[in-house]
Design a protein around this ligand. Structure first.
Ligand SMILES: Nc1ncnc2c1ncn2[C@@H]1O[C@H](COP(=O)(O)OP(=O)(O)O)[C@@H](O)[C@H]1O
Ligand SMILES: N[C@@H](CCOP(=O)(O)O)C(=O)O
Length: 316
């Protein structure tokens, strides 16, 4: 379940009144997700998703919500946060920061084929181009500084062999980040967590991207690497799935061709993407939040992906 905070119909009605969206017809808690409280809200004006932010602060949220609005205006199918009569899109519900955004149609495609991977590649590149015009700045809060802070926190919990890999990979990524090739990578606002469960499909048509709450300014290549590491691998082994990866990369490049530096650094960013989620999963696993936290994701999955990426670099 992902209802950490119960929202009453009275509170939902009050929000709809402020947003002038008409009468509440249905309020239903959403089971998926691990970060926030989510409800489907049906009202006279349509269907929406109400999110109460459990971890992110009111200072961090405007970057994500305005990015979603910017992308929605640019024609990217993302949830569009609804404003009150003052133009405010960050609200308060049950004393927590909250947003009400349009509901996307479709459902997650958890067993993607080449056509789905191509659709993600196309939309990711379109999103990067559209996001380039977004002016607010916020770094990827799960980027290299967070890895450097968090690795020492999780190290005491894991065995000698994974600990050695974690430390050596972190050293390698610090080295890459200090290089001139890395400094030359195109960057802008990225989604940074575009896994299979954050994309909607109807058949082979991609109908939406959501869950922008790990977004931040980082390299576009890192975003592509995160997608390749989830959509284009064999999940049980973590091995690269070449046909799906080629479909995603070709579709991405048809919209935004990769630069020479991006092509050269793809193997390093595939390792960076695996390291990022290995660290966050270790952190969630060994230092879970109190109360209603769900079963954490398996950290060893991204250890396997990282080992595969290091042993079999993918070159373009
Ligand atoms: N805008 C949306 N349109 C349709 N469904 C949504 C939308 N936002 C969230 N959902 C549904 O809610 C679930 C949980 O949302 P998610 O953003 O992944 O939560 P969390 O941030 O807690 O991980 C998703 O799997 C999806 O089914
Ligand atoms: N995609 C991440 C976890 C983030 O969860 P989400 O439900 O908010 O996308 C992972 O797999 O570790």
């Amino acid at each position: 379940m992902a209802v950490f905070t119960e929202v009453s119909t009275k509170e939902a009605r009050e929000l709809l009144r402020r947003l002038q969206l008409g009468k509440l017809l249905e309020l239903r808690g959403i089971e998926g997700g691990i970060e926030n409280t989510n409800y489907f809200v049906t009202c006279e004006q349509g269907e929406y998703v109400l999110t109460l932010f459990e971890r992110l602060t009111a200072e961090q949220l405007p970057f994500y919500l305005h990015l979603m609005k910017h992308l929605a205006h640019a024609g990217i199918p993302v949830p569009d946060p609804q404003a009150d009569k003052h133009g405010e899109i960050l609200h308060q519900v049950c004393g927590k920061p909250a947003a009400l955004a349009t509901k996307l149609r479709g459902k997650s495609q958890l067993s993607p084929q080449e056509a789905h991977c191509a659709a993600v590649g196309t939309m990711l590149a379109r999103m990067h181009l559209a996001a380039s015009g977004y002016e607010r700045q916020q770094p990827n809060l799960r980027g290299l500084p967070w890895w450097n802070e968090t690795v020492p926190v999780v190290l005491p919990h894991i065995g000698a062999e994974p600990a050695a890999l974690l430390q050596s990979e972190l050293a390698y990524q610090n080295h890459v980040a200090a290089s001139s090739a890395y400094a030359a990578l195109p960057r802008g606002p990225i989604h940074a967590d575009l896994f299979r469960d954050n994309v909607m499909f109807e058949g082979e048509e991609l109908t939406g991207l959501f869950d922008f709450y790990f977004a931040g300014v980082d390299t576009f290549l890192f975003d592509l690497a995160v997608c390749l590491n989830d959509w284009c691998i064999d999940l049980p082994t973590g091995a690269h799935a070449a046909p799906r990866a080629q479909a995603m990369i070709d579709a991405y490049q048809a919209v935004r061709p990769l630069t020479a530096h991006e092509r050269a650094l793809l193997p390093a960013m595939l390792r960076a993407g695996a390291l990022r989620f290995w660290i966050s999963r270790l952190w969630d696993f060994y230092l879970p939040r109190e109360a209603a936290m769900l079963k954490p994701h398996d950290p060893t999955h991204f250890e396997r992906v990282l080992r595969q990426r290091a042993a079999h670099p993918v070159t373009l």
